[in-house]
Design a protein around this ligand. Sequence first.
Ligand SMILES: [Zn+2]
Length: 153
Amino acid sequence: MEIDNGITIPSVEALARRGVLVEDDGCSFCNEGIDSVSHIFTACPLALGLWEKISFWCCVRNFFVFSFKDLLELHSIGDRRKLEKEVLYGIIITACWILWKARNNLRFNGTNCNVEDIFSEVRATSFLWCKHRRFNGTKGKLAWADWCKFVNM
Ligand SMILES: [Zn+2]
């Protein structure tokens, strides 16, 4: 599936469209859906569990996503300050990356994961990203405890 500006995530579905046939085209996480971008990121129970945790953490009401594009636009919906929008966008991108990494780890290495592990990794990774980025001169000042409560954003 092409997500944006010609970037393609090589899900089994996307590979099949390019003539690469993969025998097992089922979702590695749930074995119910197919290995497509829309399923992995917006329909799989694992992804839904992750977005639910992120919506609670970041206090985002109405966290509804039906396509990958919705994920990329979610931060701009509603009444948020610029900083909060940027941080939320960073968290969503981090979550997509970690979800994809978990999918590959399970598919190719047989490493199991659960929503709790993925959420913890998203929170830790996005903390490092945010802490070391310059946001309104706050570079390096962000505290882990505040981050876990998503305050001072
Ligand atoms: Zn699934």
